[in-house]
Each structure stands twice: as C-alpha cells, then as structure tokens.
Design a protein around this ligand. Sequence first.
Ligand SMILES: *Cc1c(COP(=O)(O)O)cnc(C)c1O
Length: 487
Amino acid sequence: MNYISTRKLNKDAEGNTSAFVIKNGLAPDGGLYVPESLPALDQATIESLIGMTYPERAAYILSLFLTDYTKEELLNAAEAAYSKEKFGGPAAPIAKVGGDYFLELWHGPTSAFKDMALQIMPRLLSLSLGKTGESRDAYILVATSGDTGKAALEGYCDIDRVKIKVFYPVNGVSNIQKKQMASQKGNNVDVVSINGNFDDAQSGVKAIFANDSAKELLDKNGYFFSSANSINWGRLAPQIVYYVSAYCDLIAEGEIKYGELLDVTVPTGNFGNIFASFLAKKMGVPLGKLVCASNKNDILTDFINKGVYDKRREFFTTTSPSMDILISSNLERLLWFAVGPESTKDCMEKLASEGIYSLSNEDMEKIREDFAGYACSEEKTKETISNLFKEFGYLCDTHTAVAAYAASEYKKGSGNKMLVVSTASPYKFAPAVLSSLGEEVPGDDFDALDKLFAVTKTAIPANLANLRNAEVRFTKVIEPSEMINSL
Ligand SMILES: *Cc1c(COP(=O)(O)O)cnc(C)c1O
C-alpha cells in the first residue's frame, strides 16, 4: 500500500510506504497523506473478525493499510496498546441506551477517545524508524491546552527510541489536567508549564520546529523533531478499527444482522474520528449515514448543509472544548475523495488566503450521500445530559451529549439503528456534567469528581480516582522565550 498527498496532482510521482508517512506526518506540499486505494472488507472477512479480540481485529485491519509492517509487529503493538490492564476490559465497549448504541471510546488511560489512537501510534512511529533507516531517535514536542498533552504523554511513555516534551499554559488548564500531566510516569517524558496562554505555548513549539540551529543541535545529539499531530496517518488508521469492531460486536450480540445499515453520529472537531468512519464505510462495513455533530462552533454543519466553509466567524468557548475548532484539518482528506487533488489544493489555498471556500452543488450532493450535519447549542447539551440520565440512568459527557442530540435530530427522518460515538468519560468534564444535572458545582475540581460520584453512583475511572494523591514529578515554569533553550 502506497500513500499520496491530498494536494499532489501526479499520483505516479510518489510511492511512500506507511512507515515513511507515519514518520513524516505532513506531506512536503502541505497536504495530508491518504492511501492510494482502499482495501475491501467483504461479508466473509467481517464475519471472521467477530470471533477475534479487539487487538486481533486491530492488527488485521491495520495490516491492510500498513503493509510494510509484519503481522507480528502489528499484533504485538495492538496487544500492548489495548491491553486489559490499560482499558480495564474490552477497548471499545457498547452501551445500549434506549434504542441507540453508545460506542464508549474512553476506557483508556486518560479517559478520552484520543487514547484509542495515541496508545498505538507511538509504537508504530518507533517501528517506522527502523523501517525507514532512520538512525536518529524521535523527539516529540507538544503544546497542549490539556487533554491531548496527557494522552500523548501516556502514549509515548517508555516507548523505545522516542522522547517527549509537553508544554502547557500555567493558567490555561484545569487543576485536574495539570495534576495529570505533572504526575506523569516514564523515563522519556518531560512536562514544562509556560508563563503564558495556549497560543504562546503553540507559537513557541512552532518556532522551535522552524529553528535551524535547534534542529542542528538536536541532530548532533541524535534526535529529530516529530509531532503527535492528529493529521498523522498513524493516528487516523487505528480509528477505523473501532467502527469495524462495533459492527462485529452488534452482530455478535444479535442486535443487527449482517448487511443491516447502521447510522453513526460522531462529535466532531478536527474531523479525524468521523473521517475514520467514512473509510470503514468505503471499505465495505454496512454503515448508513455519518452524522457530523458540532457544538455552537457549527462551521462543519454549515459546510455540509450549505457547501460553504467559512472560518471568518466568531469563535465560541463551550463546555465541549475538544470540539471548539474553526479549522478541521482532516476535512482535507474528505475533499480529496470527493473532488480530487486539484480542487482540494485550490480549496486549501483559498482557506489560507481568504478564510473561505465553497464546493459546487453537485460535489455537495455526493458528500451528502454519506454525511449529514447537525449542531447542538450549550442549552441542548445540558438538557441532553440531564434527559439521558433521568430517562435511562445513562451518564455521558458534554461531547457525547452533542452527538446524542444530533443523532436524535437526524433520526427524525431515518429508520436505521444508530451508533452514537462517546468520546470522553463524564468524569473528565465533571463540573459541566454536574451543572447539567442541576447540581451546584464545587470550586475545587477534585471535589467535583467526588460529588459527581455521590450524585450519580456511576464508576469513576481509576486514573482520575487516584489522581488527588498522585506524586507530582514536574513543577518547572518558564517564560515562552525560554522554551527553545529548555530542550
Ligand atoms: C478530540 C476530541 C473530539 C473531536 O474528535 P476529532 O477527531 O478531532 O473530530 C471529540 N470529543 C473529544 C472528547 C475529544 O477529545
């Protein structure tokens, strides 16, 4: 399997292996890597996956895309990534809530769905170094506003031939997030807080990536810079697995028969998760409509419904912060499928220079065969959390609530069964969840965790329950200007 850039006009000019694209992340022309063709999953194959464990399913699906990795490497990576020890049970269990299915992707070590990709991607990166003949080790730099940093630290912790340093704004993350990062274990990790905001941290990391003398110094010490960015194919490919796996599980549990279309609703930010569902569908998993759920930042809803992507709009901070986004990078990959490299390049250049692009009605009709878009207000988010808990005793987080609301809006016109993708534990967003339930919110985040437990009697994820007493390892605070010298 070879990979090409979404902006490259001449397919034949490239021939990049998966190890190469995982190591490099972004294509040299600024495009994203996509597989040249999609492997097919027919009925017999899907049925053969039913009897397998999640890691076995993952190794099989990944082997179709990462053809330069051996089956044994992929199975070892998947078993280490999705172990019972890390997920407390099956990696992607399904809860039946009313007539819908909630695919819970947050049972990993940081209680959010980023773990599904970040637990395995570092292992794939580590293996890619040998496969591409890279003699240096990878030095991962991350600027985070909270969740991605912790998920990356957990994923890269003690992985061979990689080290990771995470920068976060000292007053820009919650106390829980701060404690999660400051107490990170592992011999190849470092965590530094910045006297500034998230933009300062991000600009600092970008400046380091662009700095030639920093690169030279690193090179001399046997390292090269790398990023844990969500546009990396190594983060996207593992996300296809849980859509295939969910379809298998629903057959196994007698909830659906093979061939029955299953609609999917995904709470969407950067468009990575929902794009993985699109790939699963195109490979042959009988999925119906892919419902793209947005919060008050409804740029994707507008795009799907009107055919215009316009980022020149107000940015809102909401209670579902991982979806507060105006540029959904992975949408570029869908454009490539829908309109090809030439128009994709055009759209991306227009987005960069004018902040807006549009597609023809004909192109949009094609996209709407697979996708629908709905947005959910802050008020409806709260209401949905409260209703699901009152009606079914099911507690969900704010991001999942956005999806549950979008699913219910979409379902008014469809008869298929619905898979709602649940992306975070409610405990990860305890204050907002408590407030949705009509409870007073304690000032201290840790008290909010305890109170959510007292009120709902739902299980607290172990990583959050143990956090209050976790030992702090990292306390350094520096100025943004000192970031480059802290390497
Ligand atoms: C990252 C994230 C999302 C958005 O996923 P994308 O792949 O960026 O669309 C949704 N919910 C949670 C909790 C997340 O962490």
